[in-house]
Structure formats: structure tokens, C-alpha cells
Design a binder for this molecule. Structure first.
Ligand SMILES: [Zn+2]
Length: 182
């Protein structure tokens, strides 16, 4: 586990087709955790966790595969699709309409950033400056793929512009390493 910010850890292994997962710890003394993405089901360290909530950046199987049935998981309504690569957990719930998730002492803004998939979101925690960008934007300005079905190059470029305009300090993408901005 790699510490990103106080209370946030990165879980990552070397496999291309497995997403990163980020563990967010409550700082209210409860020792509860939240997970951003879950890996493909084989990501080391995920199986032993018991998150109170999982925020999914999109529905691709390498991000959703680690979600267990008893875990509460949120996914954007745009990714409740039938597709070869998009696999919404059957019990997943949709993000609330106000696109904000308050969990314990954290306050997440859910930003719809379509293009990689129709329901891709990025998750911004304004206080810490941490931005979870899923497969929309990677380090060094690299954009996610749009050739996997339901992708849109035009949309992902707009989504990137939306993200770059945010006052974030750490980019936490769905694959590979993080990037610190200032
Ligand atoms: Zn993806």
C-alpha cells in the first residue's frame, strides 16, 4: 500500500488489466474504510477489506470485479449497460442526483466525465485536493481509451478539460501511478 494523502492509500499491482484501488480511511476514530474502485477481483489486499462503501469510477470489469455482494457500491447510471467490458455489479446503486457523497468525515464531489464509458465519473475531494480520475485522465495528461465500445473521443477531451480546470493537487488515476500537481 502506498500512502497518497493522510488517510488515502493506493493498492496497485503490475497487471495491465487490473485497475488501481484506493483505500480511504475515516478519520473519525471509527476505523471504517471506503474504496474507490476495486480491481478485477484478484487485486492483492482487496479481498481482506470490508469497506462500508465503494465508489466506482465506471463499470469496466477490471474496476468492478473486486466488489463483493455484501458491499454497498455506487455506479453512474450511464454504465448500467450490457457490454463485453462493462460489468455493473448486480446490486450496485446509482449515484445520488446531487452527485455528492458524504461519507464519514469526507465529502466527495462526483463529476460526470463521459468518454471512456458513458457513465465514467471522476471523484473530487476538495479539502484534500485529491482527484480520482478513473480511466478518463492518467498521469502526464494521457487520456483513456475510447475504442472499447460506447466510447467517445470528443466527450473524453471535454471531460479532460473539465478536470484540468479543477483545483486538484493529486491526480489518482485508475491505472499506473499518481501525479502531484503542485
Ligand atoms: Zn476502463
Amino acid at each position: 500500500m502506498e500512502p497518497i494523502f493522510q488517510g488515502i492509500l493506493l493498492l496497485r499491482d503490475g497487471r495491465d488489466l487490473c485497475s488501481n484501488a484506493y483505500v480511504v480511511r475515516a478519520r473519525d476514530g471509527s476505523e471504517k474504510i471506503l474504496l474507490v474502485d476495486s480491481g478485477d477481483g484478484k487485486l492483492e489486499g482487496v479481498a481482506g477489506l470490508e469497506p462500508e462503501l465503494v465508489l466506482l469510477t465506471h463499470g469496466h470489469f477490471d474496476h468492478t470485479g473486486g466488489v463483493k455482494k455484501r458491499w454497498r457500491a455506487l455506479l453512474h447510471e450511464g454504465d448500467f449497460l450490457g457490454d463485453r467490458f462493462i460489468r455493473a455489479p448486480a446490486h450496485a446503486e446509482k449515484y445520488p442526483l446531487e452527485m455528492r457523497v458524504r461519507w464519514r468525515d469526507w465529502n466527495f464531489e462526483i463529476i460526470h466525465t463521459p468518454g471512456h464509458t458513458p457513465g465514467s465519473v471522476s471523484i473530487f475531494e476538495r479539502k484534500s485536493g485529491v482527484l480520482f480520475s478513473g480511466d478518463t485522465l492518467f498521469s502526464e495528461g494521457i487520456l483513456g481509451r475510447t475504442d472499447l465500445g460506447f466510447g467517445s473521443q470528443e466527450q473524453i477531451e471535454q471531460s479532460r478539460d473539465d478536470l484540468l480546470a479543477l483545483d486538484y493537487s493529486v491526480l489518482c488515476p485508475g491505472h499506473d501511478g499518481i501525479e502531484r500537481r503542485r
